[in-house]
Write a protein that binds this ligand. Structure first.
Ligand SMILES: [Zn+2]
Length: 204
């Protein structure tokens, strides 16, 4: 697995955002091991509701994509973590919290983040075809809504994107191997025009 440009950097060289993104990447690897699209996130509490900064930010929830495992549209990494954070805080409001997520959230998750009134969202890789934090829409900062989140993008981007491209190239290799077997079965219809080597083509 490619570790990106930070491969040789000691933990002390990482910025706080990079350090928490590393934890989100760790979550994404859990999804990878389940055969799920590797997307992970953590929620970190940085401030109390009254705005007082915590001395030490606290990781209060983690999540990774379990859509196929749970056979649920709702089992995105962000939704899992938002639900967990609400249980921990005993409150649906995530004001004073930051989400670190390896891939730009979809419309459902961006909507949930606004509903939760999360203060800040930090993103690794962007999702050109489906992202709703600036790529397709920017639901996180829509002025017409009653809440906007602070947004930071591109944190450990190469590492986050590399996890996805690595995953999809493995999926393609497996499909190619299956296809090879199918060529020995002439009555089978084979799919043509497989997508390019790019996670943007995937149904995330
Ligand atoms: Zn989502």
């Amino acid at each position: 697995m490619q570790e990106g440009p930070y491969k040789n950097a000691g933990a002390q060289k990482l910025t706080p955002d990079e350090r928490f993104m590393k934890l989100a990447i760790r979550e994404a690897r859990k999804a990878y091991r389940l055969g799920e699209t590797p997307i992970g996130c953590v929620i970190v509490r940085t401030h109390l509701y009254d705005g007082t900064a915590l001395e030490e930010p606290q990781v209060i929830a983690r999540g990774y994509n379990r859509r196929n495992t749970e056979k649920s549209t709702l089992a995105h990494a962000e939704i899992k973590a938002i639900a967990k954070a609400a249980r921990v805080l005993q409150d649906w409001r995530l004001e004073g919290c930051t989400m670190y997520v390896t891939l730009e959230p979809c419309q459902m998750c961006a909507g949930a983040l606004v509903q939760a009134r999360i203060s800040r969202v930090v993103i690794g890789a962007m999702n050109r075809k489906a992202g709703c934090a600036g790529s397709v829409f920017n639901l996180l900062q829509e002025p017409a809504f009653n809440h906007q989140a602070e947004l930071t993008t591109g944190v450990l981007q190469e590492e986050c994107a590399g996890l996805l491209t690595g995953f999809f190239s493995e999926v393609r290799r497996k499909k190619a191997a299956e296809k090879q077997q199918l060529t020995e079965m002439p009555t089978c219809r084979r799919r043509q025009n497989e997508p390019e080597n790019d996670y943007d083509q995937a149904d995330l």
